[in-house]
Design a protein around this ligand. Structure first.
Ligand SMILES: *Cc1c(COP(=O)(O)O)cnc(C)c1O
Length: 482
């Protein structure tokens, strides 16, 4: 592997070209490519040089297809390639959303049925597939809450959010004009009904709860909390980004959740991260159905159709029907797993996280004693005494060929690192991860300087992250010739 790959701008090869145009049938004009090359420093290369440059760069990527990617809160799991194939089938990829419903029955059926599956999985009454991401689903839900109270002529200004929540929750509520009141979790990591009760009154529109929470723990009092919020007329939002450990185990609708987003790009087989499209469908209870984004996909017993007749809707939140290919991959994944398969996913995901937890408990501090759900939280408390931090542990993983877990999150736990192995990892792969973590704990004790210098085997070694953020050096801009 060549780790000394200069930028194309730095290795310009003069007047080489990688293409040859057909002979021109019209006279050359100023606006052709020569004009570009003469007036800007565009480097020129032969085709093999360009192919090798980008192929080498691609080998520097780390992804779920490289090795375990234990990024807590993010569910970075393997996406079976067959679902990409299905999304590429010509009947789907060549169809256009402006085609008449009559000519799009297959695509509409996919949308409708995926919505039905998600309703079944969550135990909710209705669904929108429009939102493009988890945070977008949160925003849609907060807009619906707002409209719901406006219709009822209730002036509710505040949303309650536990201090362990994902940062997108307060951002979404704030963007809708709600004030955020932070509710503290207790020392066991749980949101307690009596605390919610203290904060809950008629000025509160609702609460945003993530279950399992970002500490990797199931909220045992979820039902009581929902009852308290409902008794004061409020609504409950469930952040369903962590659905992986609940599949086939419980229906969140039964717990009292009124609206919840699901990250198809975490749980249902779409690559997550790297900027590709995602989808954050929102499932709701009946009382919010009228406010869902419009149009929705309906079935009249014979035909599937787009339903635009939604006078109370918050409106459109995405072009056409959301990110269709992501919904299609989710549909394909759900059907390939079946109900039993989905249940197995959650069982194995939880088992894997707890296996890592127990095996590493002797080496790393675990701040909360309860069993984990799909992810497990550690801190650097044992290593801190010898001058090794969570950051050093993460950097040590890079030298051992593994992507670090989520670090310094959630914010309520100092120096945390959050590991989510997912159901994809075999026992052998988990043992490999565990051995690496144990090796790092030992290196912290016997050769701590080496860990402080890590990573030394990566393309870029330890950087001053503050400096890098404050004074970024951006090379390769297109510079006009002066
Ligand atoms: C990932 C995540 C989100 C946000 O999802 P995006 O698709 O990245 O917008 C929200 N809440 C939790 C708990 C998450 O893990």
């Amino acid at each position: 592997m060549n780790y000394n790959e200069p930028l194309l701008w730095e290795k310009g090869e003069g007047l080489t070209t990688g293409y040859s145009f057909p002979k021109e049938s019209v006279p050359q004009t100023e606006s052709n490519s020569r004009h570009l090359r003469d007036n800007f420093f565009l480097p020129s290369f032969s085709e093999p040089v360009v192919a090798r440059h980008f192929t080498r760069l691609s080998t520097w990527n780390y992804g779920v297809d490289t090795d375990i990617y234990p990024l807590g809160s993010c569910t970075m799991k393997y996406n079976p390639k067959i679902h990409e194939r299905i999304a590429q089938l010509k009947g789907f990829s060549d169809s256009h959303p402006l085609q008449d419903d009559n000519y799009s029955q297959g695509a509409l059926e996919i949308l409708y049925k995926t919505g039905e599956y998600l309703k079944e999985i969550t135990g909710m009454d209705d669904v929108t597939l429009q939102p493009a991401a988890g945070a977008h689903g949160e925003l849609v839900s907060m807009l619906m809450f707002k409209k719901y109270f406006k219709e009822r002529e209730e002036n509710r200004t505040t949303v309650l959010i536990p201090d362990s929540a994902h940062g997108t929750n307060p951002a979404s509520a704030t963007m809708c004009g709600f004030k955020v009141k932070v509710v503290p979790i207790n020392s066991d990591g749980y949101l307690m009904p009596e605390v919610v009760e203290k904060y809950m009154d008629e000025s509160v529109a609702g609460i945003m709860i993530t279950n399992p929470g970002t500490l990797g723990l199931f909220e045992p009092y979820i039902k009581e909390i929902c009852d308290i919020v409902h008794s004061k007329g409020g609504l409950v939002y469930g952040d369903g980004a962590n659905l992986n450990p609940l599949l086939g185990q419980i229906k969140v609708g039964d717990c009292g959740i009124d609206a919840m987003h699901i990250n198809l790009h975490k749980t249902f087989s779409t690559p997550h991260g790297g900027g590709g499209p995602g989808a954050g469908p929102v499932c709701v209870k009946k009382l919010l159905s009228d406010y869902l984004p419009s149009p929705g996909v309906k079935f009249n017993g014979t035909n599937y159709y787009m339903d635009y007749n939604n006078p109370k809707s918050i409106g459109r939140v995405h072009g056409f029907n959301g990110n269709f290919s992501v919904v299609l991959k989710a549909c394909s994944f759900i059907l390939s797993q079946g109900a039993e398969g989905l249940k197995k996913i959650s069982e194995v995901a939880v088992l894997n996280a707890n296996y890592v937890r127990v095996k590493l408990s002797e080496f790393y501090h675990i701040p909360y004693s309860a069993d984990s759900m799909h992810e497990v939280l550690f801190t650097d408390k044992y290593q801190k005494k010898i001058g090794i931090s969570t950051l050093d542990i993460a950097k040590g993983l890079i030298d051992r060929g593994i992507h670090p877990p989520t670090i310094y999150f959630p914010l309520v736990v100092s120096d945390a690192f959050l590991l989510e192995p997912t159901e994809n990892e075999s026992l052998k792969s988990l043992e490999h991860l565990i051995d690496i973590f144990i090796d790092i704990a030992k290196e912290a004790e016997y050769n701590s300087q080496k860990l402080k210098d890590a990573p030394t085997k990566s393309v870029i070694n330890r950087v001053d992250e503050t400096l890098a953020a404050r004074h970024p050096v951006l090379k390769g801009e297109i510079l006009g010739r002066d």
